[in-house]
Design a protein. Sequence first.
Length: 525
Amino acid sequence: MGITDTSMLRPQVFALQEGEVQIGLICSEKQAIDATLHSLSQDDHRICPVADRYWNARGGSHSDGGTFIFTLSPDSEGSHRITCMDKFGVEVALSMADEPCDWTREISVTTESEESIQTLIGERLVPGNSLAAFEMIREQVPQWTFDEFRFACRILSNGAAKPRTTAVAIETLTLLNDRLYSTGNKKRSHVLYLVRCELARLFGALPVVGTTETTDSDYRLIDFARRAALTAPPRDGAVLVIDADGFAPEGDDCDAMLLCKAFRMGWRRFITFNCRGQRFIGCGLGPDTDDVTIDVYGSSGDYLGSGIDGLTVAVHGNAQDQLGQIIKRGKLVIHGDTGQTFMYGAKGGDVYVLGNAAGRPLINSVGRPKVVINGTCLDFLAESFMAGDPLNGGGFVVLNGIRLDEDGAVVGLKEPYPGSNLFSLASGGAIYMRDPRQTLVSQQLNGGQFMPLSDKDWDVILPYLEENQRLFGISIEDLLTVDGRHCRPAEVYRKVAPVQKTAPVPIPETDDAYGAEEEEEVAAD
């Protein structure tokens, strides 16, 4: 049984894996779940390092009670099976796609399939064409067998051996990792694991730092064992690829410190992969970093992107707690969920989150942070927000309150914000809530007020929704469609703003005995 602290100071993340071997996990952070699954998978190939479902519990939730119970019971054949239910007896739903993959076998496809897949990918594996390559593969995934999909991913990872196609191969595999699309009967968790294995295989085969052999590749690989061989970039635009596995989570020997050292040597583009909870990625680079980009793969740790001042960080998966704390400027893109106290004390930055945020996001944020969260979040969103007037350059949060189904289609949540204390004690900024059914009620506010969405408000948030569409494929048209009808923005979005302050009411003079007596005492003092 996992019971979530109602104060949300110690949230809990749950995970469930279905199949021949079932696993239920309760941890304080998702990175602990990932580490456990990775360890278990080393002993039993039937266990996938990616869970079928992850979710955060909200303490005191009226919908699930903040409690989830894993029950082990015998079935009709005498085996034991796990069921997971919330406090009210509602079972946690999993995808109907349940075909597993045996990745311990060699890839085996027919000659006809091999030639067809090679042609389809070969025609599209050209620089600048990653989106077209991804869309072609996405359309084929439901029909392909697991081996045919594995073969397609292998062609992509092999394509990175040619300097001309390295970038497009990385970009296409990354889109297969980041985007939601139909997998047919195949388990999505297994599809993701295969993609991530090929990405790791691709990165691990890149030319190493300090190599003496002639290569036209813009990429250089470094790992813990070869960290002393770090040199300046061979050319402008070179990419340093850091294998984080083996680095300490923090301290002098962590990968974040190596990245800072490489930055001082002149590197400006980074990829870090095989993350196993390493913290502080992107921290410590200082100002004047607008030309720096960091792409993060794996299970990154806490404080990622905290205090950044201009650089761009993309997390290709879920992020952990304390992401983007006291960020001054820059851009964060999270292709998944993010953890507790997201952007605490942030002063600026443009941030996009594909999924959900846990509790207490954007507390004490000031200045002009601008954030789009496509899912929802737990309690205390933007508490004590002090970000000026969004119509005059101030900060704001767009909370879309949606999820993407297994085919990648937009589905509105029953409750776009299920928590309490929305915009609690805020003095500036605004929350733009996608709430076409107006389920949000005044009791969920604490110092905020509902206001109609004006044309000026829409003009402010539209560029951020356009960038959100480019990053995640979530179209503005879909966001403005409710029950099959295209709606005006003001019919779909509501604005929550601080309560307007009024001038203090002067205390009238009084002639009663109490007042006269008080005046005499003051005069005597």
